[in-house]
Design a protein around this ligand. Structure first.
Ligand code: T1G
Length: 699
């Protein structure tokens, strides 16, 4: 059983023991109810304690059960909560570590609660697109007050138990234990002290009012509307808590239940639940066991003090890891260090970084012009010019000086990591660590696994990625790895849409309405259109049969590289970043169409979005099938954390599964019939075609 029963004299203790966070799965719920029955049937038992084994009281309902009948199977969480409230002997919750979601709701049903300090207390359901669905919106306001409860429920953020316990008049905790270590004993003693107390106190019987109800909830609704653009749950949280102040408890509970069930089936909640697991699964590599020994990373070397090198270095400084940055020339080094200082000083100015922390981080930074100073680094990351010859020189030097066992990483965004590894006598120590610009800001890190990359190198890099707060996703070696390989198809479609009748701002507006942070043309102007130009020039040689719109090249031939040249797909006022539709560009596109004899047609937003998003999906399916990405969820994580895909859509692969792969393939067949499009690129990846034919989704 994942809920163990033990009598300690006249107190029965039911211990939740469902690792890793004592999720309230069916088996655990059964164990609680059985334990309550056993304790009430035993005349020697005067009181009952519910506690959690390991580091948590309970992390809430078992999210893995959502969408399965297990989560509804009796005893469901409501029945367990009812059994606790109706117990004939006092039930005391002994809370430590983590008390979240259904775990907190279960504790709120107990007659008493004793908490150890340091426990994270939260109702985080809103982060899953839900709201507390087992009484949390009705009980929490009754013990911590309406406003504190609503803040916790709408934010989903944890609050430390000692902070709550210190609030005058709070009724969440009847007692604070001295420490997590003394909680068990103190809970037993407290249970004995209330063994004869009658009537047994119920949170549901406490009053729940707000002095300026209507005004407060109107204010709350206005606040929530601003922060919850694409998500329905926060507004429903306000509705549920308001019901707690206006309806009888039972009615409020029923209303909460209705709201919860409705939210459970929203695409936004399905997307957030998918991403909850996808984010955690991304750090797991199928053939690298979780207990693979890791190499210790005490000191990091970065080669190249340019924009990328400096940003990469900052990640490690921020995590308290000493960094040595190597450059070839002193002025390049000075420029790089000055940029790092400027970045930190900007954060200090905004109050995001304390001055002493800034100084601490700079104290961890050393610079050098000599490879010899990298000899005791445990991890060296090169961020030099993206040209294989330059990488070869760097890795040959590194091979000479780096200590045995040092991990040698390349920040390359397109080059073959296997070729780079072959420049050394230690290919097993070579890996790609592809950061995204700005490297100290973007969460995504593509960890590129070479054929020879050792498993402990991968395990170490995935662990250090977590330490520097990156979302690491493993990619195999191919041109563009996962993200850039997919965005190439996306950009290809964006160009065709211009040829066929769209303006840059029409395409951008359509995809930004879908939820992307930035459309392809605004993105190009930000990143620099010359980057794509260089890749296409290479592509024209390597893959002459690959079709592209010429507009992007024409734009670059006009020197319109984007914000960095003051003009790109859009015009920009001097020193400003606001994208202004450009008559010059629109004229260039019109003339280009005329030269091709293309009569422009009106293209719907729906077609724009489908062609852009499904081009990602099709390439993603190929990446999955080739084993470049291990899981569809990994591809979603790449696109969310590196390319601004809308979170409420769950990522390209999840979104395609939601639309239905059959429908995606049907649309692709329609696009393939468009003579101006590239029929070949709409041939469904075999995996996509198979899943669609079988009526399946991406796993
Ligand atoms: N259900 C199932 N698995 C869970 C889980 C949960 N509630 N919480 C965590 N896990 C798994 C997670 O997938 C990972 O698994 C492992 O535990 C460690 O997680 C009616 C319906 C608790 C603060 O939203 O916030 O109650 O990858 O890496 O950093 O109102 O997990 O190892 O196989 O995050 O120490 C509400 C979600 C549910 C809490 C621990 N509860 N979890 O953080 O570890 S809905 C939540 C967290 C609900 C009721 C409703 C965090 C944590 P694996 P981790 P961590």
């Amino acid at each position: 059983m994942t809920a163990e029963y033990q009598a300690h004299g006249d107190v029965a203790v039911i211990t939740l023991n469902n690792p890793p966070v004592n999720g309230l799965g069916l088996d655990t719920r059964r164990g609680i109810v059985d334990g309550l029955e056993r304790a009430q049937a035993d005349a020697a038992v005067k009181a009952i304690v519910i506690a959690g084994a390991g580091g948590a009281f309970s992390g809430g309902a078992d999210i893995k059960e959502f969408g399965t009948d297990k989560s509804l199977q009796e005893p469901n969480l409501h029945s367990v909560i009812g059994a606790i409230e109706q117990a004939t002997k006092p039930v005391v919750a002994a809370i430590h570590g983590v008390c979240m979601g259904g775990g907190l709701e279960l504790a709120l049903a107990c007659h008493y609660r004793i908490a150890a300090p340091g426990c994270n207390v939260a109702l985080p359901e809103v982060k899953l697109g839900l709201l507390p669905g087992a009484g949390g919106t009705q009980r929490l306001p009754r013990v911590v007050g309406v406003e504190a409860a609503l803040n916790m429920i709408v934010s989903g953020e944890p609050v430390k138990s000692e902070f709550i316990g210190a609030v005058p008049g709070q009724k969440l905790f009847d007692r604070m234990a001295a420490s997590p270590g003394s909680l068990a004993e103190e809970a037993l003693a407290f249970a004995r002290s209330v063994a004869d107390a009658r009537p047994l106190p119920l949170v549901r019987n406490l009053p729940c009012k707000h002095p300026e109800g209507d005004a407060y909830f109107q204010f709350a609704r206005n606040m929530v509307k601003g922060m919850a653009r694409n998500f329905p749950a926060p507004a429903r949280c306000v509705d549920a808590v308001e019901a707690a102040t206006k309806r009888k408890f039972a009615d409020g509970l029923q209303y909460e239940r209705e709201l919860f069930i409705n939210l459970m089936w929203t695409p936004e909640s399905r997307a957030l639940r998918h991403l909850f697991f996808a984010e955690r699964a991304a750090s797991k590599i199928a053939d690298v066991p979780a207990d693979t020994p890791q190499r210790e990373i005490r000191k990091v070397g970065v080669i190249g003090a340019g924009t990328m090198g400096g940003g990469i270095g900052m990640n490690f400084l921020n995590a308290g890891i000493p960094v040595t940055i190597l450059e070839m020339k002193q002025e390049a080094l000075d420029r790089g260090i000055a940029t790092i200082r400027k970045n930190y000083e900007a954060q200090v100015k905004k109050g995001k970084l304390k001055e002493d922390k800034y100084q601490q981080r700079m104290a961890l930074l050393s610079t050098t012009l000599s490879y010899d100073d990298l000899k005791d680094c445990d991890l060296v990351i090169e961020a030099v010019f993206e040209e294989l010859g330059v990488k070869e020189a760097v890795f040959k030097q590194l091979d000479q000086v780096a200590r045995p066992g040092a991990i040698l990483a390349s920040n390359t965004s397109t080059l073959d990591v296997d070729k780079i590894a072959a420049f050394t006598r230690r290919p097993q120590d070579v890996v790609g660590m592809h950061f995204f610009s700005p490297a100290n800001v973007m969460k995504l890190l593509e960890v590129v696994r070479g054929k020879a990359t050792a498993k402990d190198v991968l395990a170490t890099v995935m662990a250090i990625a977590k330490k520097i707060k990156k979302t690491a996703v493993v990619s195999g070696v191919c041109d563009g790895f996962i993200g850039n390989r997919m965005i190439e198809r996306y950009s290809q479609q964006a160009g065709f849409l211009l040829d066929e009748g769209c303006t840059p701002s029409q395409v951008d507006k359509a995809i930004e309405k879908f939820g992307f942070a930035m459309g392809p043309f605004r993105m190009g102007d930000l990143a620099g259109n010359d980057i794509g130009w260089a890749i296409r020039k290479r592509r024209y040689v390597e893959k002459p049969d690959m079709k592209y719109s010429k507009t992007a090249d024409l734009l670059c031939e006009m020197g319109r590289f984007g914000q960095k040249t003051g003009a790109g797909w859009y015009d920009y006022a001097p020193g400003k970043r606001d994208a202004i539709p450009s008559p010059v560009v629109e004229k260039m596109v019109e003339e280009h169409r005329k030269a091709l004899g293309i009569a422009p047609r009106k293209i719907s937003d729906e077609e724009i979005v489908q062609r852009l998003v499904y081009s990602l999906v099709n390439e993603g399916a190929k990446i999955l099938e080739e084993g470049i990405a291990g899981k569809a969820g990994d591809i979603d994580m790449v696109y969310l954390t590196g390319y601004g895909f809308p979170i409420h859509r769950g990522g390209p692969m999840h979104y395609a599964s939601e639309v239905g792969l059959f429908n995606v393939v049907q649309s692709m067949k329609r696009f393939a019939r468009n003579p101006l499009d590239d029929a070949r690129s709409w041939e469904p990846a075999p995996l996509l075609a198979r899943l669609a034919a079988e009526g399946k989704a991406f796993a």
